[in-house]
Ligand binder design. Sequence first.
Ligand code: HAM
Length: 403
Amino acid sequence: MIQSLRGMNDMFAPDAERFEYFIETATTIAKRYGFTYFESPILEETALFKRSVGESSDIVGKEMYQFTDKGDNDVCLRPEGTAGVVRAFIQKKLDKQGGIHRFFYHGPMFRYERPQKGRLREFHQFGIESFGVASVVEDATLIMMLVDILDALGIGYKLEINSLGDHNCMPEYRNKLVSFLDCHDDKICEDCQRRKTTNPIRVLDCKNGNCQIIYAEAPKLIQNLCEACDSDFALLKQLLEESDIAYTVNTHLVRGLDYYSKTAFEFVSDEIGSQSAIAGGGRYDRLIEFLDGKETPAVGFAIGIERLLELIKMPTPKRNGYYIGTMDDEGLPIIMKAAQAKRKNEVVIVEYKSKNIKNHLKGADKVNARYCAVVGENERNDGTIWIKDLEAKTEETILLNTF
Ligand code: HAM
């Protein structure tokens, strides 16, 4: 028997219903903030991710679903959404046009990771990307939107924030960090020794306990920010505080993708096991230029939908729509026609098998219908239909042409 690939899951109800509810909720909220829907291909040129997510990242280094297509192009399944949106933004010349452009998207992402609870090879993200606003106020707005989404779904979270500095202060900080690492070269893990040359700040979120003990003494990014980054970070904290959004500053939060500068943030949950990051994002003011576009400030985030599913508090399902049945086979064409008309405005489930009233009522209850409508011999002769309101517990017989 053919099985789905490891780390790639099918989704049935109730998970699929939660998934759908999540998309509806997040979409409504993103639109309230003035974001418009965006869609881009799942397959992109590999070079796009090498140049944006970064060759030193685990995602590009180890986790890409990369292959050569029949036209000899080096392509890969997207491991994340930001790079594709930025590629499209530049391709459509929105960078040259200027102004503010705000998008939301959702869809599958692919990372060849070791599957475990909360870590899949195909997973889904809901993402937001905002272009054209340099002010950190936009970063605060995005965090507020994420809070609104999680609150609407009844999901508890912890917010961690950090500032990664910019091209003015980051190089100097990086040098300080490398000097610190040089002094501890014999004690840090092999991965960190490699990171020291490829992308030193990535050592800070190393999962190795011994490394973390050493890095507790490492120079801190937020103590080495230039004036502009420092005041932006202070304003971000102030805006969050004034909106009653609790946060902690995690000086080791560096994110696993190389395109960030200034604000970086992650939402974590302590209810879902070791893969606790439910959303992450930050500012990437240099990425548009790196991909040959015109310099444009940008900030965004993505939510990992599968990690949220079990945390979503679904609203209590209400009885809804019609269940329509017949008591004999002659009634079937009548109820099919009635159902077709009713479906213009309502959910209608038709039971094709003839049954007595008691069994139709059971059927209506099973699909949680509000109304059970049945045509029997009498109704057929009179051109009527019998309807029971399962919520109000009332019943009536009405003319079919008023149904
Ligand atoms: P990311 O932190 O790599 O950021 O992914 C965002 C979220 O996707 C994570 O917080 C997590 O919930 C989920 N996720 C990541 N990998 C997996 C996996 N293997 N299985 C299940 N869920 C996973 C980004 O992708 C950036 N593009 C976010 C962004 C948008 N930054 C700016 N704009």
